[in-house]
Design a protein around this ligand. Structure first.
Ligand SMILES: Cc1cc2nc3c(=O)[nH]c(=O)nc-3n(C[C@H](O)[C@H](O)[C@H](O)COP(=O)(O)OP(=O)(O)OC[C@H]3O[C@@H](n4cnc5c(N)ncnc54)[C@H](O)[C@@H]3O)c2cc1C
Length: 571
């Protein structure tokens, strides 16, 4: 088995991973960084982001306002020290990206243009038309290529963390192209592996978002934090789940019921004047209620409401939302210049993730996490749209720098122990490849998992349905052990990859269902029909879910409050 050595290993080539890698090599020109990614970096989910990245830029805005909006959006579950750090570093990061070549859209006078986004007091979202993730990721990827100390392992799938004596010392990785396993050794590891939206059937998330990094950390004893908070984006295309960005509403789009009524204005959903510019959790619930009340339209993929852009005019749509026009025409046969777009809420983002502190550190020495896979508690119970791309930059950079600092003084490892771990991992993977003896199929377990999650942890939840989902996921985990695989080949064995991803998704789903069922209140995206109110007395804490061979264990962590005390969340 090949063994390669670097100082720092970054797992993930999306926004967070690339930013972490650049931060590390910029801080020390001699450092060697392995950038390991299961897909070519430009195929990471970051590339599909459309709407924009938030940071204070205008004279009518302030760090204070961005901080307050984020705290309120989080339904007071965000950690205020983390939020403070985030809003302070956000403008610097987006300006830095501009210097690296990111083509932000401009105002007439040449200043950076910003658009309105949900739950934000003023126009704070920087954009490059509606292809923001594409431009940001390109900028980061090209910048990373300046540094030959960033050594890329593209299409390498990390299957295990090598941990000994409470510290991480490397990873085991499968070269998807050849089927060979190798050990990548490093003194620090940063997980930037993205979210796990694929545990749900109807999602904006790319196929690769299977929660691998969350599962890797969970299996080594790191808690998954606040996993009950799943973000439903209000506007996905029925059928495919393809996202229609919030920028459509930021640019002035309206939501209408089947009779053309702007229900967010005409009916009381607690959004006041914010209407279409309210936060995602509240608008998703409003759409759900409209449909339940019989005011949705009926289509081939179930009921939906309409997103109306027709009043914006062709010129504005072409300039600001060209991608939305293309997506709508291609996937639902609708030209938004002439007709409204059918939409319904769709699973989009995970507020929860690997439990890290403000530096990105986990409780395992040398193990860091950033981006969507991590939960530093910026987003609390509900993320504001456009904070996530910026989060990847701010905390990607921080964790890259912190990993470097740690790596310089890291202790040595017990070689025999690590070799034994790697050997066991190789045996596990080899025994899975083409294992014919099992009776279960990947596609069946995956479909049942998706259904269990949708039934149990949707826009609205109930104790009964959540408990059912807990039991179903546990049962599916049991059946996973009896998986049968057909493909024995080494080269691009996608069946093997799918099996590994399914195992990771089951871990994430376990944490989501168990954490959800434990929170008997409604807060942010966690809306319980049987516990409709927020309960700060009993539930103002972060949920920690720990892996256990006999089933998960839950714990709590205090929320870091600050100048903003919890109050009723009204807009
Ligand atoms: C359609 C869509 C639109 C969005 N629009 C916006 C927006 O406008 N504004 C905003 O703020 N946010 C937006 N978001 C959210 C935001 O884009 C993501 O949260 C963010 O890009 C995640 O970046 P990341 O670096 O954490 O992970 P990703 O970009 O998902 O990258 C994960 C990386 O990890 C690698 N990886 C995963 N598992 C393994 C493994 N086992 N081994 C090796 N490598 C692995 C992958 O190869 C990939 O390189 C959007 C999300 C979606 C889905």
């Amino acid at each position: 088995m090949d063994v390669v050595q670097h100082d720092i290993i970054i797992v993930g080539g999306g926004g967070a991973g690339l930013r972490a890698a650049i931060a590390a090599v910029e801080a020390d020109p001699k450092i060697s960084v392995a950038l390991v990614s299961k897909v070519y970096p430009m195929r990471s989910h970051t590339v599909s982001a459309e709407g924009g990245a938030a940071a204070v830029a205008r004279s009518d805005d302030s760090l204070e306002l961005h901080g307050y909006d984020t705290v309120k959006g989080s339904d007071f579950l965000g950690d205020q020290d983390v939020i403070q750090y985030f809003v302070e570093h956000a403008p610097k990061e987006l300006t830095r990206l501009e210097h690296w070549g990111c083509p932000w859209s401009r105002n007439e006078d040449g200043t950076v243009a910003t658009r309105a986004f949900g739950g934000m007091t003023t126009k704070r979202t920087w954009y490059a038309a509606d292809k923001v993730g594409f431009h940001m990721l390109h900028t980061l990827f090209q910048t990373s290529m300046k540094y030959d100390r960033i050594v890329r392992y593209d299409e390498h799938f990390v299957t295990k963390l090598l941990v000994d004596g409470g510290a991480v010392h490397g990873v085991v990785s499968l070269d998807i192209r050849t089927g060979a396993l190798k050990t990548i050794r490093g003194r620090a590891v940063v997980l930037c592996t993205g979210g796990a939206g694929k545990i749900f059937p109807f999602t904006t998330n790319g196929t690769i978002k299977t929660g691998d990094g969350m599962s890797l950390a969970y299996r080594e004893g790191v808690a998954l934090k606040d996993m009950e908070f799943i973000q439903y984006h209000p506007t996905g295309l029925p059928g495919t789940g393809i996202l229609i960005t919030e920028a459509t509403r930021g640019e002035g789009g309206f939501l209408r019921d089947k009779d053309g009524v702007r229900f967010l204005v005409e009916r009381d959903y607690g959004l006041g004047k914010k209407a279409e510019l309210g936060p995602r959790d509240m608008i998703s619930r409003a759409i759900h209620q409209e449909i339940k009340a019989g005011r949705g339209c009926v289509g081939p993929y179930g009921e939906y409401v309409n997103l109306d852009l027709t009043h914006l005019g062709e010129a504005k749509i072409n300039e600001r939302l060209p991608f939305v026009r293309l997506l709508s025409k291609t996937y639902v046969g609708v030209d938004p210049v002439k007709e409204p777009i059918p939409i319904r809420p769709v699973v989009h983002y995970m507020m929860g993730g690997i439990d890290v502190d403000i530096t990105g550190a986990t409780k395992i020495a040398g193990l860091y996490a950033a981006g969507e896979t991590a939960c530093a508690s910026l987003n609390g119970a509900n993320r504001l749209g456009s904070n996530s791309l910026t989060e990847c930059l701010v905390f990607g950079a921080r964790s890259g720098e912190e990993a470097l600092r740690y790596a310089k003084n890291a202790g040595s490892a017990n070689e025999a122990v690590l070799q034994e771990q790697a050997k066991t991992e190789v045996a596990r993977i080899e025994s899975l490849r083409g294992r014919k003896k099992g009776g279960e199929r990947i596609s069946v377990i995956r479909r049942e998992l998706n259904q269990a999650m949708e039934n149990g942890c949707g826009v609205y939840r109930e104790q009964k349905t959540m408990q059912t989902a807990v039991a179903e996921v546990a049962q599916l985990k049991g059946r996973f052990a009896d998986l049968g695989l057909q493909d024995e080949s080494k080269v691009f064995n996608t069946e093997l990859i799918n099996a590994l991803e399914l195992g990771n998704m089951l871990d994430c789903a376990e944490a989501v269902t168990v954490s959800s069922a434990s929170r008997k209140e409604s807060r942010g995206a966690h809306a319980c029909a049987d516990y409709p109110n927020r309960d700060d007395q009993n539930y103002l804490y972060h949920t920690l879910c720990y892996f256990g061979a006999a089933g998960p264990r839950l714990d709590k962590k205090a929320v870091t409050l600050g100048k903003w005390q919890p109050e009723e969340r009204k807009y």
